[in-house]
Design a protein around this ligand. Structure first.
Ligand code: NAD
Length: 356
């Protein structure tokens, strides 16, 4: 049995991870620490709120004393670190919060973990800090470059990816210098339920439902590698249980798509949903283009993001071979599930979009 502290558990991936963990390991204790920034939402954890082994704390990972108290009081042996500022556009317009949470916040967690696990000796021989990172730390690829492997040199290009790269280095250093037992995973773009509607896939779905334009940066040919969020959670589970201390694992499903093709696919699937289910037109009367079967007419090309990386792609050979990791969802099933989730949960996303 494990006692987990999950930072950022009220965010998109953190909440999906908490659901995954409680479903698969109901006897474990899961403590969530989240500051509830604009991206954090307690409603994301409604499904588990009455579980006897779950507890939520609102607080900042930069508060080292609070983290130490949680580690001691709950005899935490596994710290899974999701908390971050995560939206690249926001890191361009306001990098301060990214430096604070992603770098200083990770440093604060490492200090607390070292103090409690190594200096005080609580769970000295059974602890693990798992750090959740991104493929964006590797920079950008040309069309015919091989995908990112764990030995690809770091070359972050945005304040977001630079702050994540810095946090990865601090995690590595705490292992090499002090012997803290850490693992890191670098994952490709996630999609699925509870994804904040500022990100591409939920933005497209919720804009279609409100008949708003679908803004595409530049020529839309930027390539991303997409993974269903629950498959990220199961990858982290594999790394925590089977990964070697001090190592990094790339998690991905070999699923590269140009942004414009993703948007066109979502338009097509939304048109099909509206054609198939007549009740949707009554439920979403604003979705005039989807009702008429031509959502793609909402696509609008806008000025490209500054420094926009062209292509990301993950080589998951190491996690496939060493951990036996394989994603469960195909893109076809994952994107369909995601669209259905947004159609079935209008209150969730409409609350977040109030005023927008
Ligand atoms: P998110 O923005 O949806 O959620 C982040 C969560 O962290 C929110 O609940 C927020 O309230 C919380 N948080 C922010 N600052 C905090 C602080 N100082 N103290 C405590 N909590 C704080 O992000 P996400 O998309 O769920 O990403 C989670 C992690 O996974 C991040 O570390 C991100 O870098 C990484 N990642 C994301 C993706 C992706 O596609 N979204 C891909 C690879 C890796």
């Amino acid at each position: 049995m494990k006692n987990l502290l999950v930072t950022g558990g009220a965010g998109f991936i953190g909440a999906n991870f908490v659901h995954y963990w409680i479903k698969n390991y109901p006897q474990d204790t899961v403590i969530v620490l989240d500051a509830l920034t604009y991206a954090g939402n307690l409603a994301n954890l409604d499904l588990v709120k009455d579980h006897p082994n779950y507890k939520f704390y609102q607080g900042d990972i930069c508060d080292t004393a609070l983290v130490e108290t949680l580690l001691r009081e709950h005899r935490i042996d596994t710290l899974v670190h999701f908390a971050a500022e995560s939206h690249v556009d926001r890191s361009i317009s306001g990098p301060d919060a990214f430096i604070q949470t992603n770098i200083i916040g990770t440093y604060s967690l490492l200090k607390a973990a070292k103090r409690v696990w190594l200096d005080e000796g609580i769970n000295r021989d059974t602890h693990r800090l798992h750090h959740v990172s991104t493929d964006e730390v590797y920079g950008t690829l040309e069309a015919d470059d091989p995908a990112f492997s764990e030995s690809t040199p770091y070359a972050p290009n945005s304040p977001y990816s630079a702050s994540k790269a810095a946090s990865d280095h601090l995690v590595r250093a705490y292992h090499h210098t002090y012997g803290l037992e850490v693992t890191t995973s670098n994952c490709s773009n996630n999609y699925g339920p509870f994804h904040f509607p500022e990100k591409l896939i939920p933005l497209v779905i919720t804009n279609i439902l409100r008949d708003l334009s679908l803004p595409i940066y530049g020529d839309g040919q930027q390539i991303r590698d997409w993974l269903y969020v629950e498959d990220h959670a199961s990858g982290i589970d594999k790394v925590i249980r089977q990964g070697n201390i001090g190592e990094c694992y790339n998690i991905g499903g070999i699923n590269e798509w140009a942004n414009i093709d993703i948007v066109k696919l979502v338009c097509k699937l939304m048109n099909e949903q509206f054609a198939k289910q007549s009740s949707l037109a009554a439920q979403y009367p604003l979705a005039k283009s989807a009702i008429a079967g031509n959502s793609e007419k909402l696509i609008s090309f806008v000025e490209d993001r500054a420094g926009h990386d062209r292509r990301y792609a993950i080589d998951p050979t190491k996690s496939n071979k060493e951990l036996g990791y394989q994603p469960h969802e195909s893109f076809e099933t994952g994107i369909q599930k995601t669209i259905e989730w947004y159609l079935d949960n209008p209150v969730w996303w409409q609350e977040l979009l109030k005023g927008n």
